[in-house]
Design a protein around this ligand. Structure first.
Ligand SMILES: [Zn+2]
Length: 352
């Protein structure tokens, strides 16, 4: 793949990043936050947060910032479901957060109310975000392993943190999410409802509550279950992310670095018949092969009548979220990505 060099309006970005972390050295109100339970049935984040809230959270305290542990969607957690009315991870957007409509308004979906609560909790009087860096914990049922998921705007700070993490956890991947990748995919209802609302609800994740942020996806884990290995790894990763932020705040320079990222190209949908009924399943050649190359002509689906349907793309792609249970109601069979090398520029705390 050709190398794409990372371009950044470095003066303003570096200063912004530096300033806010510099400030945090003097004013402890600058903060780092992470949450579990954006999706109430993805249990490693849910139980990490519950346990840290219960036991005083010594493990997540650092000297250079305040850490907030947040259970993002308590009602969905209580019921052990992905969401109550709509997907909370698509609701952090101006038309929900800045609306003058009362949050208690009858018929307002619970997650929109919750998005407003979280937003007002984590903004200051001037209406600015008070959380500098947000980490959102998720699980996937797909065979994804562990990976960071972040916006494609490529802020250098989350990329550097992720790259540092790869030194300790070489299996951690980095995925850059295409704007609107899951656009419209937030209703619990059928496909018709989804397509009808697609243009109205662009993707805006819970991590967008922070000035910068990223998600941590860990799979495979069945919804509504816990796994000790995944839980313990998630705990280690969260602690190590906090260490990286602390190191940066204490003057550590993140050197320019070339890293591998998987950039989302969009989703592949399951084939359907004329009535909109599912007509094929993911091919056994693809099942479980998240992050492995898929070439044009490779088997992609197997129809219920036994016919192999090949991948018709023009070039090799790297699929992820293959057969992800959370996306099945939206008819998404997988997300496809390209593998790229990018260069992240040097980043250092701004000197006084
Ligand atoms: Zn999730």
């Amino acid at each position: 793949m050709p190398h794409r060099f990372y371009k950044v309006p470095f003066v303003s970005l570096k200063e912004e990043v530096a300033l806010k972390f510099f400030t945090s050295l003097h004013h402890k109100d600058c903060s780092q936050s992470f949450n579990g339970g954006t999706h109430g049935n993805e249990l490693s984040g849910v139980y990490l947060v519950k346990n840290w809230l219960r036991n005083g959270a010594i493990e997540i305290k650092r000297n250079s910032f305040r850490t907030h542990a947040v259970l993002a969607n308590p009602r969905a957690v209580e019921r052990c479901v992905r969401f109550i009315d709509v997907d909370l991870n698509r609701q952090i957007k101006p038309e929900n957060l800045l609306s003058s409509v009362k949050k208690e308004e009858e018929g307002c979906p619970y997650e929109i109310q919750r998005a407003r609560e979280l937003y007002s909790q984590f903004q200051n009087e001037a209406g600015r975000k008070v959380i500098d860096f947000w980490l959102d914990l998720h699980n996937a049922t797909a065979n994804t392993g562990s990976f960071f998921i972040m916006s494609s705007s490529m802020d250098p700070f989350p990329l550097h943190v992720a790259a540092q993490m790869q030194i300790e956890f070489p299996e951690l991947r980095i995925m850059l999410l295409k704007e609107g990748n899951f656009e419209g995919h937030h209703f619990g209802g059928g496909q018709h409802e989804n397509s009808k609302c697609a243009s109205e609800f662009p993707t805006q994740g819970v991590r967008d509550l922070g000035v910068e942020g990223m998600g941590l996806e860990m799979g495979p884990l069945a919804h509504g279950t816990l796994n000790t290995a995944i839980y313990n790894l998630a705990k280690k990763i969260v602690c190590c992310v906090l260490d990286q932020v602390d190191k940066f705040n204490n003057g550590h320079e993140f050197e320019e670095k070339e890293i591998e990222v998987f950039r989302s190209l969009g989703n592949i949908y399951f084939p359907t018949d004329a009535e909109g009924e599912l007509s094929a399943m993911v091919s056994p050649n693809v099942e479980g092969n998240d992050w492995k190359p898929l070439y044009p002509g490779d088997p992609l689906f197997l129809s219920f009548s036994g016919e192999t349907i090949p991948f018709t793309g023009e070039s090799v792609v790297w699929p992820v979220f293959i057969n992800e249970a959370a996306y099945f109601p939206n008819n998404i069979a997988m997300t496809i990505t390209t593998k790229e090398k990018i260069t992240v520029p040097t980043l250092k705390l701004k000197a006084n």
